[in-house]
Design a protein around this ligand. Structure first.
Ligand SMILES: Nc1ncnc2c1ncn2[C@@H]1O[C@H](COP(=O)(O)OP(=O)(O)OP(=O)(O)O)[C@@H](O)[C@H]1O
Length: 327
């Protein structure tokens, strides 16, 4: 009974914050996966960084929110978010994680699929199966390309529709984050569901997030949603590391003619308006789609391609932004 009351108290806090952020109170009840949530995380350990983190914690708690608790063994959490679905967020998250490792092989990187309604990391990382349990009863992540991964897709049938209520979603996210033996990670990249909803709020409230990477196509509608996502992160005190413009240009493989299918510089203009950095430009390329579909991400399967280079540049920009950002 006490547990139930606690859960409802937490839900109420989340809905209160949700209405502050989004303007419209979301009523408890069936959760609609509306492609409207996104988010990211970070955390820091000493000196000026420690003080900045404490200040963020203080502001966080002053709003009546629970104390954020770092994930055991994880140094920095990076959230990859997008305002709407289908803009290439998961593809970016996977190639960002691999790019972080490719740029500096001494770094250990993990990948968490927080898109509990439509987990795509198992397919993109070519992973299948159920996690084993450690003797501490923690789930052992599945590993491919040197990246430990956790996803709801490892715990449910591939074709099972995931229809959950808000509390169940939050409990699932909490389990995917904390009941996992992540080992020691320099970076945990979290692939968020699209939009600005309960999952994003739950993650940003419970974990200190190092920064958010927002993925958008140059198209107006995607940009509007990206802007909403960026503003949500700012309101919950999560630093926006910058924007990735995806599918910016299509180069015909036959004649090399370049076409800006979704417009050209939309994300760049949005980055300027929001005062955030452009972390990179990823072309619309058949190689990216095909390698993703095969579970052989372009950064590992075609490391010498310009597409892989584009993702590695994004990873380098993210590391630079994390270092620059006062933590
Ligand atoms: N730069 C790109 N060039 C070509 N295809 C791409 C590119 N980025 C993503 N795609 C393809 O677009 C589709 C959607 O990508 P992805 O699943 O990463 O998007 P998403 O934003 O995570 O979608 P959702 O929110 O629905 O999970 C996939 O088929 C992917 O292979």
């Amino acid at each position: 009974m006490i547990k139930l009351l606690d859960s409802y108290k937490r839900l109420l806090q989340i809905y209160t914050l949700s209405s502050n952020i989004i303007g419209t109170p979301r009523l408890p009840g069936r959760f609609v996966p509306s492609h409207q949530n996104r988010h990211e995380i970070r955390f820091k350990t000493s000196g000026a960084g420690e003080r900045a983190l404490q200040e963020r914690q203080r502001q966080h708690m002053a709003r009546g929110l629970p104390k954020q608790k770092p994930i055991a063994g994880v140094k920095e959490v990076i959230v990859v978010a997008s305002g709407k679905g289908g803009v290439g967020k998961s593809t970016t998250a996977v190639n960002l994680a691999l790019g972080l490792m490719a740029n500096d092989q001494s770094k250990s990187v993990g990948l968490l699929d927080a898109d509990v309604y439509g987990p795509s990391i198992p397919k993109l990382m070519n992973l299948k199966g159920n996690p084993e349990l450690t003797d501490k009863n923690l789930m052992r992540p599945l590993v491919n390309f040197g990246i430990p991964c956790m996803s709801m897709g490892f715990l449910v049938e591939e074709v099972a529709p995931i229809v959950w209520r808000g509390l169940m979603v939050m409990s699932a996210i909490e389990k995917l984050i904390r009941q996992v033996d992540w080992g020691n990670l320099d970076y945990l990249v979290i692939d968020m569901p699209p939009g600005t909803g309960d999952v994003q709020l739950s993650i940003t409230q419970n974990i200190p997030v190092a920064g958010a990477v927002i993925v958008s196509t140059p198209q107006d509608i995607a940009l509007l949603d990206a802007r909403r996502g960026a503003e949500m992160f700012r309101k919950v005190n999560v630093p926006v590391l910058g924007l990735v413009q995806n599918m910016s240009v299509f180069q015909c493989p036959k004649c090399s003619h370049q076409t800006h299918i979704f417009g050209s510089d939309g994300a760049k203009e949005l980055a300027q308006t929001l005062g955030v950095e452009m972390l990179g430009d990823i072309p619309l390329h058949l190689n990216i789609r095909e390698t993703s579909d095969k579970g052989q991400p372009v950064v590992v399967s075609s490391p010498d391609s310009p597409e892989a280079e584009a993702y590695r540049r994004v990873a380098a920009a993210v590391v630079r932004r994390l270092a620059e950002h006062p933590r």
